[in-house]
Design a protein around this ligand. Structure first.
Ligand code: FAD
Length: 285
């Protein structure tokens, strides 16, 4: 089923993310993760695509097939920055042959040893290619605090409009920890004539030091309320897990209460965390 049809047919959706193993040796572990998360009956499950030189990218399709075999709609990610047209055409053909209907089209991060663009410069180049014959429902990434390569949020939203015009039918946000940032971004997108559904990406943080590092890298902002939680519980894994799940649940309930209908959880191959969030929302969705 196409993700746009799922989003249209329900009052509130909840989806989860998994990432593929780096080697075939860990495939069974990921299979088990997929089966456990699929049992929670999410509206769809996304499968990431490894960064450059990361063996995981070989397994995105295999994991997406696993998701489908477990009765859940998969969303396969694909990046293009270090790919040639030939590589991409092969991937697209393999998605088609295996009944994958939804693809999140991404540029990918620019690696430290980057030697210059090849055939793709922006995600919109890939979006255009994927959307061309109408087989795929194509999604794109967006950044409520602005993408770190962009000089301003406004410039980033102008580029986002180009990506949507190239054929994106929906967008998923980067994680954010302050819902007001998301509401303000949403209104700026609508003002800039971006009308496709925007799925709110929520990360349940269960490891304090890891999140401080990744937020520093992405240029994001941690609200004081959340920073205090990390400062207080970050060194205690049990407490941090509980507080991180509670904070994410609180964000999700606030989103639904404010009329946001689509939430995606960066569940990071943690079925127990996904299950805890699903259970916290059992009376709501
Ligand atoms: P783009 O849309 O190309 O944007 C990148 C930058 O270029 C932005 O600053 C934008 O403003 C600018 N830009 C875009 N178009 C133009 C234009 N026409 N002219 C000038 N400037 C332009 N990475 C992975 O490796 N694997 C994954 O599976 C993965 N999944 C992700 C899922 C989500 C929901 C998100 C939010 C990110 C994900 N990423 C993933 C990370 C992503 O690859 C990086 O954030 C990357 O740096 C940008 O990718 P993009 O698709 O947003 O790029």
């Amino acid at each position: 089923m196409k993700i746009t049809d799922i989003l249209q047919s329900k009052r509130a959706t909840l989806s989860f993310e998994v990432f593929p193993p780096r080697t075939g040796l860990k495939f069974e572990e990921v299979q088990s993760v997929v089966a456990k998360i699929a049992k929670l009956e999410p509206d769809f499950m996304s499968v990431t695509y490894g960064a450059m030189g990361n063996g995981a990218r070989e397994f995105t399709l295999a994991v997406a097939k696993e998701v489908k075999a477990n009765g859940v709609t998969p969303l396969a990610h694909l990046t293009c920055i270090d790919s040639d047209k030939d590589d991409v055409e092969k991937k697209i053909a393999a998605f088609c042959e295996n009944g994958i209907e939804n693809v999140l089209a991404l540029r990918g991060d620019i690696p430290a040893d980057f030697e210059g663009f090849r055939e793709y410069k922006h995600a919109s180049d890939l979006v255009e290619e994927l959307a061309r014959d109408g087989h795929f429902c194509v999604g794109g990434a967006c950044y409520p605090e602005g993408h770190p390569d962009s000089p301003t949020l406004f410039a980033d939203i102008e580029n986002l409009k180009r990506k949507v015009d190239a054929g994106c039918s929906f967008l998923t946000t980067q994680m954010f920890f302050d819902n007001d940032t998301f509401y303000s971004f949403l209104s700026k997108c609508r003002d800039n004539r971006i009308y496709v559904p925007i799925i709110a990406g929520i990360m349940p943080v269960t490891n304090g030091s890891q999140i401080k590092r990744s937020v520093a890298l992405s240029g994001g902002i941690l609200p004081n309320k959340f920073r205090r939680i990390i400062d207080r519980f970050g060194d205690d894994p049990v407490a941090m897990r509980q507080a991180g799940i509670a904070y994410a649940t609180d964000q999700i309930i606030d989103l639904y209460a404010n009329g946001i209908t689509a939430v995606h959880v960066y569940s990071m191959n943690k079925p127990d965390v996904a299950a805890a969030i699903r259970s916290n929302l059992s009376g709501i969705i």
